[in-house]
Design a protein around this ligand. Structure first.
Ligand code: C2E
Ligand code: MG
Ligand code: MG
Ligand code: MG
Length: 286
C-alpha cells in the first residue's frame, strides 16, 4: 500500500504507524552512541530552604547534547531510554556524575546535598544497590549528602520488597524523596507505610494554587499530614510570588521553581555558590 502512494511518500502515509516507530528506533540508536560518547550533561536546580538553615540542596536534571538537535530535555528521551533498558547505563552515569561533582565541591569546602532522579526500572534492577554503593565508595561521596528521587510507581509492584530495599538504602544515610507526589495512585493513608524522608508536591498542584480551591486544599492537607508523619515537604514548580506566599504561610520547608532558579549548568551554579541560599529578587539568575 505504501508503494502505491508514490516515491518517498511511504513514511508519511500513516504517521502513527510508519513515522513514529522508525523515529523511536532512530532515537534509540542515537542514545546508544550518546552513552558511548557521554553526550549528557546535568543541570542543577537549587531547592530553597525557607528557614535557610541547612546546606545548599540541588536537584540534578539530565540533558542530552544531541549532535544535530542541540540540548534536548528529558521529555525527549527518558521514556525511550526506559522502554529500551538504556535507562540503566544512563541512570548509572547520572548517579556517578552527580556524586563526582558534589564530592569535588566538598573537597573545595562547598557542601551541597544533591538529589538524583531514579527511574522505577532502575531502582528495581537487581544490581541497583550494588551500583549505588560502588559509586559512593569510588567517588568518596558521603551518602548523607545524596538524595534519591523516586516516584509512587516504584511501589506499584512488590511493595514489601521495595520497602525493604529503600530501608537498606536509607541505612547508608542516603535520603529518599517521593517525587511528583499526588499524581500517582497514592492515597494519603498509604503514605504512612512508605519509608521516605521528603515529599515533593507535584507542580500541577502548585500551579493550581491560584486557580482552584481543590489544589489549595490538597496542598494544605499534604503539608500538614507530612509534618505529622515527620516527612519534609518540598514544593516544586513554584513560579509566582502568590504561590510562594501560600506555601510560606503553610510552613512548607523547601521551594523549588523558576521563581527562584531555573536548572543551571554546573559552572554557573559554581560561580553563584554562596549567594544561592537566600531568597530575594537579586538572586534570581533568569
Ligand atoms: P522532575 O523530577 O519532577 O523535575 C522537575 C521538572 O520540572 C524539571 O524538568 C524542571 O526543569 C522543571 N521545573 C522546575 N521548576 C519549574 C517551574 O517553576 N516551572 C516549570 N514549568 N517547570 C519547572 P526537566 O528537567 O525537563 O525534567 C523533567 C523530568 O524528567 C523530571 O521531572 C524527571 O522525572 C525526569 N528526569 C530528569 N532528569 C532525570 C534523570 O537524570 N534520570 C531520570 N530517570 N529522570 C530524569
Ligand atoms: Mg525530580
Ligand atoms: Mg517532580
Ligand atoms: Mg518526575
Amino acid at each position: 500500500a505504501a508503494k502505491e502512494l508514490g516515491k518517498g511518500q511511504a513514511r508519511f502515509y500513516d504517521p502513527a504507524m510508519e513515522c513514529e516507530i522508525p523515529h523511536k528506533l532512530q532515537r534509540e540508536r542515537e542514545l546508544v552512541d550518546a552513552i558511548e560518547r557521554e553526550e549528557f550533561v546535568l543541570h542543577l536546580q537549587p531547592q530553597i530552604s525557607i528557614s535557610g538553615d541547612d546546606c545548599l540542596r540541588v536537584e540534578a536534571l539530565i540533558r542530552w547534547k544531541h549532535p544535530t538537535l542541540g540540548l534536548l530535555p528529558p521529555a525527549d528521551f527518558i521514556i525511550i531510554a526506559e522502554d529500551s533498558g538504556l535507562i540503566i547505563p544512563i541512570g548509572t552515569w547520572v548517579l556517578r556524575r552527580a556524586c563526582r561533582f558534589a564530592a569535588q565541591l566538598l573537597n573545595d569546602g562547598k557542601k551541597i546535598n544533591i538529589a538524583v532522579n531514579i527511574s522505577t526500572k532502575q531502582l528495581r534492577h537487581p544490581d541497583f544497590y550494588k551500583t549505588l554503593t560502588d559509586i559512593l565508595t569510588e567517588e568518596s561521596f558521603p551518602p548523607h549528602l545524596l538524595e534519591l528521587e523516586i516516584t509512587e510507581s516504584c511501589f506499584l509492584e512488590d511493595l514489601d520488597a521495595v520497602i525493604l530495599l529503600i530501608q537498606k538504602i536509607r541505612k547508608l544515610g542516603v535520603t529518599i524523596a517521593l517525587d511528583d507526589f499526588g499524581t500517582g495512585f497514592s492515597s494519603l493513608n498509604y503514605l504512612r507505610k512508605l519509608p521516605v524522608d521528603y515529599l515533593k508536591i507535584d507542580r500541577s498542584f502548585i500551579q493550581g494554587l491560584e486557580i482552584d480551591r481543590e489544589s489549595q486544599a490538597i496542598t494544605s492537607s499534604v503539608i500538614s499530614l507530612a509534618s505529622e508523619l515527620n516527612i519534609h515537604v518540598i514544593a516544586e514548580g513554584v513560579e509566582t510570588t502568590a504561590q510562594f506566599d501560600f506555601l510560606r504561610c503553610r510552613k512548607v520547608e523547601y521551594v523549588q521553581g523558576f521563581l527562584f532558579y531555573r536548572p543551571l549548568p554546573m559552572n554557573i551554579l559554581l560561580n553563584s555558590f554562596g549567594q544561592i541560599k537566600v531568597f530575594n529578587d537579586q538572586n534570581k539568575l533568569n
